[in-house]
Design a protein around this ligand. Structure first.
Ligand SMILES: *Cc1c(COP(=O)(O)O)cnc(C)c1O
Length: 340
């Protein structure tokens, strides 16, 4: 324990707990030994399906040390369901919810003592890959696969204080294809990478907000919100973007706090005018709630109010954080307590 690297000093996701869980898919069924095993390297044939044809998806959720000393996973069953949805959209055999749930709980319990205290947490990464060694299988799903869970002790995403983000609104290049909008896949990330790097280089942006045909959806890895003293606004759900669990938590918390909720279309023009008086933030498991300080619309930067994190954004962020760490009661039954 004493020789372990400090998650607060390491980049997000670069440290790992020493155990993993893994289930093998073959002949249409998943097999799990029933216990975690040491984290170790894989060895694969160079023709393995995932390396060539992108048969991969993942999840990202967290376990938090609670104020009473116990350990709880946040919104476990919602992440399990989304993983099943992603695997199904890759046209692979969908595992039973119970199996994914067990793999996650066993992995967290095996890695529990790696969990740093809040604001740190244990980031959990369930992963699915197609493993059939056959480069002729371009037009077929892999008939074998691995479903595994690794854990990463993470510190505060905003080490050194919350830094408001600069986001670039992209209206021409889409984030992904329509049929992959709701798949949590590496393929979507690599597609969003080019526009994000270009916006960083050309506009000093941290993230790209995708708004193809002036329809704001989300960034490459997080959902998008407007908030002021009265209401919270976000894009209505459809198949074009990832339905963030944090997005759903934010909406329910905001409703509990008395905000009006508007789920509806949002345009870059509305965003540009909103910025003078309202607040803007991104939501996702890794950063939780990330304030936006500048939005670049039609290549013109607009400060979001004074460019600093706004009071409503911080209020929602606080409310969510206290649910994560057990400082607040759990009215929506979002916490699953595990051993450790
Ligand atoms: C994971 C992800 C999010 C955020 O989802 P959470 O469940 O809130 O972590 C948003 N957009 C994309 C594209 C994602 O992959």
């Amino acid at each position: 324990m004493t020789d372990r690297p400090d998650p607060f000093a390491a980049p997000f996701g670069s440290l790992f707990g020493d155990s993993m869980t893994i289930a093998e898919l073959a002949d249409g069924a998943y097999t799990y030994s029933g216990a975690a095993k040491p984290l170790e390297n894989f060895s694969f044939h160079p023709a393995t399906h995932v390396f060539h044809y992108g048969s991969a998806c993942f999840e990202g959720l967290k376990a938090h040390r609670q104020s009473d000393g116990s350990l709880a996973i946040f919104r476990l069953d919602d992440h399990v369901e989304r993983m099943r949805q992603s695997i199904g959209r890759l046209r692979m055999t969908v595992p039973e919810a119970d199996l994914i749930r067990t793999l996650i709980v066993d992995a967290v319990e095996a890695n529990a003592d790696f969990t740093p205290d809040p604001p740190g947490s244990l980031y959990i990464r369930p992963t699915f890959i197609g493993t059939t060694p056959n480069i002729g299988a371009a037009a077929a799903p892999s008939d074998t696969g691995l479903l595994y869970v690794i854990c990463s002790p993470v510190g505060d995403y905003f080490a050194g204080g919350i830094r408001p983000l600069t986001i670039y609104v992209e209206t021409k290049v889409p984030r992904t294809t329509p049929q992959f909008g709701m798949v949590k896949s590496g393929a979507n990330y690599v597609m969003a990478l080019g526009p994000t790097l270009d916006a960083k280089r050309d506009h000093g942006a941290d993230q790209v907000l995708f708004a193809t045909t002036d329809d704001i959806t989300e960034t490459g890895a997080s959902n998008f919100f407007l908030i002021d003293d009265d209401k919270i606004v976000t894009r209505q759900l459809d198949e074009s973007f990832l339905h963030g669990v944090t997005r759903d938590s934010v909406i329910k918390i905001a409703a509990d706090l008395g905000y009006d909720i508007e789920e509806r279309p949002l345009s870059p023009t509305e965003l540009a005018s909103w910025a003078s008086t309202g607040e803007v933030f991104l939501s996702g498991t890794a950063a939780v709630v990330a304030p936006v300080g500048t939005v670049i619309v039609n290549d013109a930067p607009h400060a979001v109010r004074d460019g600093q994190p706004g009071p409503n954004t911080l209020k929602v962020r606080e409310a969510l954080t206290s649910l994560l760490t057990g400082d607040a009661a759990d009215p929506h039954s979002w916490r699953t307590t595990v051993t450790g």
